[in-house]
Design a protein around this ligand. Structure first.
Ligand SMILES: Nc1ncnc2c1ncn2[C@@H]1O[C@H](COP(=O)(O)OP(=O)(O)O)[C@@H](O)[C@H]1O
Ligand SMILES: [Mg+2]
Length: 326
């Protein structure tokens, strides 16, 4: 199951992603955590020291390796240079699985030990100014998008992405790559404006979008979010002393997280699992082709000097049953 946490900077994406990852770890489920936020804080939120977090390999810097591995023996993708962030898999491509070991995880993932068990953590690496505009070619999230487009995840396997709701995720289609998107919103006008923008983009793509209210203090906050988000509001989280203790560098054990917040995380988990039945790999594949053609036309063909539409394998549908070469 692929899960994104998005929202305004400071809303609590990283905090809630990290708590949800800790929750999943206690259930024993395999988890791949991905830090794709502008401010790379997920490692520290999962308990790494600043030095350990800074030493995480940047996926952005390993893009050639990732592309070369995923390309495999796909005859339609003739070189790493012509493989862009939206290049879809086809016959001969290598796929990724949550539980396996593979060269991409070897190069980019590091294990993080949590109370429940270890998870794999990957990080895009810090964003620069060039990453924040449309910046298609240099997009820091390119590696994440490629990995998600080549990933076949089953039920009870989780990929959790802490992500910025930036223009590059809309231009590329990254925002459509998830079973569910949790939009973290504080009960403020700015907080919900990101929700409205996201909903607008999401509408035509069948994106399952749920609002998670954060730093909600009382009935008035709750009423505000309810009025703004309606049925999209899934749950709210209040101030957490556990999170504060964590921020002070004194990480408590997960079991000491406030009951009410543990319950909220279980609710997120239930909401994630409920989307399994809505999965449609055919649509998932069609959407990656759609965004690939869009990117090919708007910059990719010109940049690579190739006709990138030719990379599309019309007969290929990603799915749990697809057997890829090793
Ligand atoms: N529920 C909460 N209780 C206490 N502090 C919180 C809570 N949610 C977020 N914070 C704090 O707010 C700040 C911003 O949160 P963060 O998760 O880094 O936001 P984002 O990733 O969206 O930029 C951090 O200092 C974090 O510890
Ligand atoms: Mg963050």
């Amino acid at each position: 199951m692929k899960i994104a946490f998005v929202g305004k900077g400071g809303s609590g994406k990283t905090t809630l992603s990290s708590l949800f990852i800790r929750h999943l770890a206690t259930t024993g489920a395999p988890v791949v955590a991905v830090d794709a936020d502008i401010n790379q804080h997920l490692g520290v939120a999962l308990g790494l020291t600043e030095a350990e977090a800074a030493a995480l390999p940047a996926m952005g810097a390993r893009l050639p390796l990732i592309k070369d591995y995923l390309r495999g023996a796909n005859p339609r993708i003739t070189s790493v240079e012509t493989m862009i962030k939206t290049t879809p898999p086809g016959e001969g491509s290598r796929l990724l699985r949550v539980r396996e070991d593979n060269p991409v995880y070897d190069a980019c993932a590091r294990p993080v030990r949590l109370d429940g068990g270890a998870v794999r953590l990957l990080a895009t690496g810090p964003f620069t100014d060039a990453d924040l505009g449309v910046a298609c070619y240099h997009s820091k999230t390119a590696a994440v998008e490629l990995c998600l487009n080549h990933l076949v995840d089953g039920r009870d396997e989780y990929v959790v992405v802490d992500m910025t709701a930036g223009s590059d995720s809309f231009a590329s289609g990254l925002f459509t790559r998830f079973d569910i998107t949790f939009l973290v919103a504080e009960p403020t006008r700015k907080g919900v404006s990101v929700y409205r923008q996201y909903k607008e983009y999401a509408r035509d793509y069948g994106v399952v979008l749920k609002v998670v209210g954060n730093k909600v203090q009382g009935q008035d906050d709750l009423d505000f979010l309810r009025a703004e988000a309606g049925d999209d509001l899934l749950v709210t989280v209040g101030h957490s002393d556990w999170v504060r203790a964590m921020e002070k560098g004194r990480p408590p054990r997960y079991e000491h997280l406030e009951d009410v917040n543990r319950r909220a995380l279980r609710l997120l988990h239930t909401a994630v699992d409920a989307t399994y039945g809505l999965r449609n790999w055919e649509r998932y594949t069609r959407q990656m082709v759609h965004f690939h053609l869009k990117n090919a036309q708007s910059w990719g063909n010109e940049r690579t000097g190739a006709d990138l539409a030719a990379q599309i394998d019309p007969a290929f549908v990603l799915g749990e049953g697809v057997v890829a070469p090793v």
